[in-house]
Design a protein around this ligand. Sequence first.
Ligand code: SF4
Length: 414
Amino acid sequence: MSYAQKNVTSEFALRDSIKPIDIDYSKIRASKKQKIIFGARKRKLHRIRLLKNTIIIARLYRTPGRVIRILNLIRKRRNSLAGGNNVYKVVSIANKHFWRINIPAWESPLFYMFLKSELHRLEPHNYSTHRLTLTYLAITKKCPLKCEHCFEWDNLNKKEKISTANIDTMIENLQSIGSTNIAFTGGEPMLRVNEIISAIKKYKDKSAFWVLTSGFNFTSENAHALKSAGLTGVVVSIDHHDSYQHDIFRMSEGSFRDAVTAVKYGIENDLVTVISTCITKVNATREYIDEFMRFSKDLGVGFVQFLEPKPVGHYAMKNVMLKPEQLKLLEEVFLSYNKEAEYRDFPIIVYHGFYQRRVGCMASGNRMVYVDTNGNFMKCPFCQNKKGSLLDENFESMINEMNTESCSDFGSFV
Ligand code: SF4
């Protein structure tokens, strides 16, 4: 029997060993929900934000002509991004407002750094900016799960390459050029929770920190310690609202219970709590997505992120890409849940594919980079060509070079 055949056989055996388990939602549902602001209150916040943004623009660009030109450029940018389809909601957590998951809390110093950085891209000014909006930092190869769609599959559970000192060096390097958000991923980053906590304590003033987790080890104590250290948010992967289907997808009995429990602790500790879900070919139906959104609303999260499956990692060589009509459905769902009054108290849907197909990709060293479990830059988790190491002293020029190559699927956002 070949290695590949043995692997398939052992995956079938593992799948057969997973049994449905009872979930007592009354014990794992959060005691509160993240607040979704819609309608007149959202419009009022929006107007105040615009006014304050205009004051910042006037301070940066000084002359009325430049200010008017920048305001026009912003209007055009917004129209090209969303085509008039703006998100009509904001999430409010502990009196902080979150428009999107990668835009820092409004109002906060990091929000104004984000704004200045975006303005600098439109028309350069002389004030300090951040080179990156978001860096995914994969800090461990270890993971107890075996997910169907894992993009780090080929590195999983091999010998660790990244030391504690490396984590600090990588964050210091990122902050030397500016990374507004840094998201710890892996493998399962919660296996290195103590190192994450100490890194956040040291570096939280210059970046907002996130943890991307399956829910493993996201205990009440760890959630509390992460929040106390300064963590901004947690992104929990849940790939089906049915516990058994999720456990099968993740090849781990009990993984659904861990994930939903992580959501509870995220919400109860006032972390921005996001459910990230891979919409597979089988699940890309309106009926399934509506049910998934009801489930997410019931859990009380502020955001749900849709991911499209790509033939990378564990999905390599598999026919997993969504069909055009399924992509169209995701876009319709994205627009209706974020805009229509009927869905006013549902979480905000985050769907990068909607924007990528219209204006190009914001990864590839443009605003985002992915750093894998060896410390190497990739354009994104799905474009896995090594482009250099974040531990190398020339890392910035490597990011800039990567940016010139642009995204092969979507082209680059400018
Ligand atoms: S997708 Fe994440 S949780 Fe699943 S096996 Fe890969 S690293 Fe582990």
